[in-house]
Design a protein around this ligand. Structure first.
Ligand SMILES: Nc1ncnc2c1ncn2[C@@H]1O[C@H](COP(=O)(O)OP(=O)(O)OP(=O)(O)O)[C@@H](O)[C@H]1O
Ligand SMILES: [Mg+2]
Length: 198
């Protein structure tokens, strides 16, 4: 894997692949065990590539700007981004109270921790009330579980590019606030259905 030039860390060597989404691949960084580097993929499908071309050339930078401007009430739910450029971003890796790396909701499968679901609910309602249409937040692969103690689990969002209506301009119906609320509600219901153990 070829090295990349970063501002804060100098030359960085992506080491081991730890995850992958549609847009980016996430790697550990040689010599630093608290951060990971996300590289923007180049092997998009045509549809994705069009979407990326039209709207997401600045995705990483926009996500970084979003992090810096998050309201204090919900900032703790978002995993810090340290720096971002068009082709990469560097973020911290959440860890549990025992020092192990936190894992995604998806990798846990069913989650029964009440504190965790209370916090997810708070985040969801805050986003709705403030018209923050972060559709990709309510997704088991983008949401990690940071265990602060045996019983106190906390949601941490590792991907908040907001592929909202701006990301899908051809979905004209999403221009309406009521439609955006509906879409958020559907995403939330799906998250609960898939991962909440009552
Ligand atoms: N900070 C992190 N710490 C540990 N693993 C991470 C972190 N960020 C991302 N990952 C892992 O890498 C995967 C891909 O990262 P990310 O979700 O940012 O990529 P993406 O391509 O933007 O996603 P999407 O397909 O949702 O658009 C995540 O699903 C997760 O498993
Ligand atoms: Mg993702």
């Amino acid at each position: 894997m070829k090295q990349i030039n970063t501002r804060k860390y100098g030359q960085v060597k992506p080491e081991r692949k730890i995850g992958e989404g549609n847009f980016r691949t996430c790697y550990t960084v040689a010599g630093y065990d608290d951060v990971c580097v996300k590289l923007v993929k180049s092997d998009f499908t045509l549809g994705r590539r069009m979407q990326a071309f039209l709207l997401h050339r600045q995705t990483n930078k926009q996500e970084f700007a979003r992090y810096l401007n998050l309201p204090n009430e919900i900032k703790p739910y978002f995993n810090p981004i340290i720096e971002a450029e068009r082709h990469y971003s560097i973020t911290t890796m959440p860890r549990d109270y025992d020092g192990s790396y936190s894992r995604s909701v998806f990798s846990h499968g069913k989650v029964s921790n009440p504190h965790f679901w209370q916090e997810v609910d708070k985040l969801y309602h805050y986003l709705l009330e403030h018209n923050l249409w972060y559709f990709d937040v309510l997704n088991g692969k983008n949401m990690f579980i940071r265990k602060e103690s045996v019983h106190k689990w906390f949601p941490v969002i590792v991907d908040y590019k907001r592929l909202g209506p701006k990301g899908f301009p051809w979905q004209v119906h999403l221009w309406l606030r009521s439609e955006k609320r509906k879409k958020m509600a559907r995403k939330y219901a799906k998250l609960l259905r898939r991962h909440k153990l009552a």
